[in-house]
Design a protein around this ligand. Structure first.
Ligand code: 6PG
Length: 477
């Protein structure tokens, strides 16, 4: 019996993806480095159209041509080892699909390397965790278009569906385009999580609300414009208690780990010169959280504000928190899409931003109602430089900025750390002003010690040629 597709790796993501594909009427050949795991997986799922293979030769022989093989293995060296072992076994026109969280530059390099032997390489972001992989992930493929077209019917079937029935799989572009979209998705994921955490901390530790009340607040928020997967799971998580009835949030260690994808997003934003402050603050917040011992030592020598003021959790304060959270979220998505715009140009990917929004509307971790107006904004204006310039989002930002300022000021005054809220407000203020005195200050200093030159100011563009402060002084005399 021949298989329609192969899956390499039967760890949770790989096995669930294999079962998803199988459930849509395909026969799936599976292979894992440790054969006993392959055996166990196929035995556990006896009766399903899964074929266990115990060597890469076997795997390749079992799959119909042109072959599609999805790799769901650890990013990095293991991926290269498998690819190198497969190259001599595959034929021209076969396609390897890497579904891991792989750095996009690795994907670009692998795509180039394999292209030489006529083997297609698709780097595909897969989001939604293990249950997403099983029942409907968001898929972000990038690579040779013809190879994508060949596998598209399967992707369409296994992907999640938006509320209006569209599969959340879109062709992102050549080589690393798909893994880049997934990387920014993860950056936004970090920002969303940190913003939710900051909101919780304000409600709990500044307003003194108990965990159950906050859970109810988040549940309610999830019915409105904040409706999203992360708010939904967070509300449910807050309601979790241990056997003694203590909220789980009060007993788990306050260190937020990371596997790197948020950091990669910030790194490439720095390389491209695109502002990505909220994601970056979210990455830093996780880093600071890991300094648990230092934080404990610092508490003994560093004071908070002189008087702790508890804030009454009036309906107004709670509503302002909701607005501040939505404001922060909007700004963080605006930065994420601006990064994608820069990357599209720099790497020649020709992204369709409205389609990326569709891709994130279901199945992925950052799925949220907010993605629908984002899709509309880019549909109306595919060249929109920044979401904040779209009438809907400008309206939201203008309306909610006041709440974001109030909540940020309140937190700052009372010693509650809000790196993402405060950077959202700062970015909004930086972005909405054509006049940046800070930048003028910096240019003056740069010119003085580095002879870098300055330009005359006019309303929008540079005026005239680069000149030096010393010339200006002389011409005044
Ligand atoms: C997803 C997730 C997932 C990712 C972790 C990474 O889309 O399903 O993004 O792919 O592995 O969530 O985040 P951490 O760095 O927090 O582990």
């Amino acid at each position: 019996k021949q298989a329609n597709i192969g899956v390499i790796g039967v760890a949770p993501m790989g096995s669930n993806l294999a079962l998803n594909i199988e459930s849509r009427g395909y026969t799936v050949a599976v292979w894992n480095r440790t054969g006993s795991k392959t055996k166990r997986f196929v035995q556990k799922n006896a009766g399903k159209n899964l074929i266990a293979t115990y060597s890469l030769q076997d795997l390749v022989k079992t799959i119909k041509k042109p072959r599609n093989i999805v790799m769901m293995i650890k990013a990095g060296k293991p991926t290269d080892i498998v690819i190198n072992n497969l190259i001599p076994l595959l034929d021209k026109g076969d396609t390897l699909i890497d579904g891991g969280n792989t750095p996009f530059k690795d994907t670009i390099a692998r795509n180039k390397k394999l292209d030489k032997s006529g083997i297609n390489f698709i780097g595909m972001g897969v989001s939604g965790g293990t249950s997403g992989a099983r029942f409907g992930p968001a898929l972000m493929p990038g690579g040779q278009y013809s190879a994508y077209k060949n596998i598209k019917p399967i992707l369409d079937k296994i992907a999640a569906k938006t509320p209006d029935g569209r599969p959340t799989e879109i062709y992102c572009g050549p080589n690393g385009a798909g893994h880049y979209v997934k990387m920014v998705h993860n950056g936004i994921e970090y920002a969303d999580e940190e913003l939710i955490g900051e909101t919780y901390t304000i409600l709990r530790h500044l307003c003194g609300l108990d965990v159950d009340k906050i859970a109810a607040i988040f549940k309610k928020w999830n019915k409105g414009e904040l409706d999203s997967y992360l708010i939904d799971i967070f509300a449910n998580l807050l309601a979790k208690k241990d056997k003694k009835g203590t909220p789980v949030i009060d007993i788990i260690l306050d260190e937020a780990e990371n596997k790197g994808t948020g950091k990669w997003s910030s790194e490439d934003a720095l390389n491209l010169g695109v502002p990505q402050s909220i994601i970056t603050e979210a990455v830093y917040a996780r880093f600071v959280s890991m300094l648990k011992e230092e934080r404990a030592a610092a508490k003994k020598v560093l004071n908070g504000p002189s008087k702790d003021e508890m804030v009454k959790p009036t309906a107004d304060v709670v509503e302002n928190c909701r607005k501040a959270l939505y404001f922060g979220k909007v700004i963080s998505y605006a930065q994420g899409f601006e990064q994608l715009r820069f990357a599209s140009k720099y790497y020649n990917w020709n992204y369709h931003f409205d389609q990326i929004a569709v891709d994130w509307e279901a199945g992925c971790i950052i799925r949220a109602k907010l993605l629908q107006p984002i899709e509309q904004a880019f549909k109306k204006n595919p060249k929109l430089p920044n979401l904040l310039l779209d009438p809907y989002f400008a309206g939201v930002a203008n309306k909610y900025q006041d709440a974001a300022r109030k909540i940020s000021a309140l937190a700052m005054r009372n010693g509650v750390a809000i790196p993402c809220f405060s950077s959202a407000v700062s970015y909004f203020d930086e972005y909405r002003t054509p006049l940046s005195p800070n930048a003028a200050c910096i240019q003056m200093m740069r010119d003085t010690f580095g002879d870098h030159g300055v330009f005359f100011r006019n309303d929008i563009h540079r005026q005239g040629t680069r000149l030096h402060l010393s010339d200006l002084e002389n011409s005044d005399k």
